[in-house]
Design a protein around this ligand. Sequence first.
Ligand code: URA
Length: 435
Amino acid sequence: MTAHDAISIIRAKRDGGELSDEQIDWAIDAFTHGEMADEQMSALAMAIVLRGMNRRETARWTRAMIDSGQRLDFTDLPRPTVDKHSTGGVGDKITLPLAPLVAACGAAVPQLSGRGLGYTGGTLDKLESIPGWRADIAPDRMREILTDPAAGAVVCAAGADLAPADKRLYALRDTTGTVESIPLIASSIMSKKIAEGTAALVLDVKVGSGAFMPTRDEAHALATTMVELGADAGVRTVALLTAMDTPLGRTAGNALEVAEAIEVLAGGGPADVVELTLALAREMVALAGLDVDPARVLADGRAMDHWRTMIRAQGGDPDAPLPTATHTETLPAPASGTLTRLDARAVGIAAWRLGAGRARQGDPVQATAGVRLHATVGDLVTAGQPLLTLHTETPNALPGAREALSDAVTISPRSARGENPRGTVILDRVGRARP
Ligand code: URA
């Protein structure tokens, strides 16, 4: 094949045409093997952003990206496999209590996860704040941990051979303004999740200022596309649409979020984190065909037992104290009243500037950096009381974080009996009916 093929494919999509299965297979294969240049794939990605792809094209694009690498197979495990993927939000530490909880319910949870880029944190970065914990697990060891009835969940780094076309394409999209496309986002996420070998998948599609998809309609369209891609590939898939206008829980930042996840496993923790953990667990357990109540498994300590085993299995010490920041600064509430807005995106950017996230792939992150919220939406606050505490190893980051938060909160006069205007974080559900 010659570069001429790339040009005709780009032109076809640029002019609003449908790409054939053969054109899609060729483009992904040629890009993976360096025969289609980065600038050509960037042009094709931009044409897709502007012209879209239909269901057939998107399914074929996804399959071609899966076929660019290895597809794991866990069908011989003694337990049903099920995984969760979140489209990313601020303070989203749900995987941490969820994976051991669902494992304790009897499923195997093979989660190949990523490191964070930009202001939404990555699960691996969070877990790496636990002394000794390692993300790099060989496939044989992964299988052993998944088979161990006392563990049953692995959260580890995806190997280089898992959907390599997506890895290259995502890096390119990140620098060419071509991330924001439902077919490209959906195929990127689903190619990795399908290649990971899970039989069932629950998607947490975030909606709001701290999410990829700011509106509910866009989030619904993304969720529908991903659920269809799962069905097309034989992976039972359900999506929940959940609110991401306000950070989840009371912490954003790596070690801070691990501590909060442990509170949830110990039977406490913020109401929204507990609600979302249980809602996703119920969906996962149902898709795995298990008849177990996750709320009981959380309450009786079995989920915590699985957490401890799972952390040890990856070299971590579940009893070691988590690291704490050398510098903190507390910002007071500017007025008295009800906190009616606490902007997720602003808190995410502040945590990122404090050192919790990275600007470029491969940058280090600070385990201890982040933001603790002393109140959340719906709470009554008094002028001068602590509202947010900034944590960092690099005090010169504090002014940038303060600046990010300068318009992050709205405090309204004492209102409506202090009722929580936030309500449930679960906004909608897409996929087959629960049995
Ligand atoms: N996450 C991914 O893995 N891919 C995207 O395109 C967007 C978010």
